[in-house]
Design a protein around this ligand. Sequence first.
Ligand code: SF4
Length: 441
Amino acid sequence: MSASGPPRALPSPTFCIIPWVHAFGDERGRLRPCCMTLGDTERVLENTDPAGRPLTVYDPGSLEAGWNTPFMRTLRRDMLEGRRPPVCRRCFEEEDLHIRSYRQDSNETFEAHIDRAVAATAPDGSAPIDLVCSADFRLGNACNLKCRMCSPISTKLLIPEWQQLFDVPDGHPELEALRAVDWFDGDAFWANCQARLPTLERLHFAGGEPMIITRMLDFLQQAIDEGHAHHIQLSYVTNLTTLPERVTALWPAFKGVTLTASLDGHAPVNSFIRYPSKWDRIDAHLARLQRDPAAFNCTKVTVNTTVQAYNVLSLTELFEYLFTRHAPHVVVYPRLTLLTWPSCFSVQVLPPALKALAAARLRTFVARWEGRWPDTSGELDRFRQAIDGVIAHMEAADRTAELAEFARRTAVYDRSRGQQARVTLPDLAPALDLAASATVD
Ligand code: SF4
């Protein structure tokens, strides 16, 4: 709902403001309408040049070149005329399940832009690129971690282990292409970003790990030098292992900064999944952000937790940690994201007895905090619903047939990293035993 009253009527029931106001680039630097849109191998659902090559965010002038392609014009016309664009299927599927979609969130966030966007649209669906006020760039696959459920698309550190996992020889073209991703270090990408600075209101960086990308910090300095920082709200998804001192000289010049810290467990559980992160460093960075928010101009720190087989039995330890470290500006209720891929790491692979144990621990936790939940951040209802959602999702399907693959990947990662799942996550032993006995049979 808008701050000034009831939600405005949209131009059509399928309207989404995103293709008018938002620029998005994924880890491979492909220009897409947003992080929710689907791609496909036939390129039917992709934004391509006339030769059928995917458009990027890093070729000179590519944001302009990609703004009014037949793909983008059709997308806008579909939305204005009440059709569900195929590339937006994920949003509409969520809405059909009564889950709030990115489309709905975006229409609310950018409500003030809707009338101007529609008025500026030509009958063929073309729209001026100067409407862009929001950008979201995934800065490649340079990351200092190699989380177990991740892939080389997001961290090139995983490439050697993926070669072991899937028996891929050296020199495989796809992995070599991922090893070579460096577009985020090139001048053309940052020049494309610079051209959008005058109208930007929101700028989001994720990765990889954005805090290790020096060019990102240089770009912030450029935005300051050119007088644009004050109208831009920055946001990041970060693993919080790195918080460069330089940001304290940059972030205060911006309108505000929000951080989403990806944490998948407390202490050893996080280090096990998000290897080789050091919990002490994450804890110290979180403490510093809480202690001195003005130094970082950081108005909000949110935690995002990817719920998976490795952590569902110990989630409550992370919740306790966040609750007891609560500070007014930190959102203590983590967002819970259900892992669906790779499916062998899903909570649904666990045998029934472990699912029951995980559900019991979550329910006990909720009962114990009833009546004394921390804070008034307004996030409590969403958090409680998310816990119910984890339990419902866990019980909705039986994927124990994938336990063997779960155990196989766990063993490969354990060997390569010098870790031991049975030591760090002893609750998982029955699942690993079951996988071993099934393999013997
Ligand atoms: S409807 Fe959803 S997927 Fe499509 S552009 Fe909007 S937010 Fe993105």
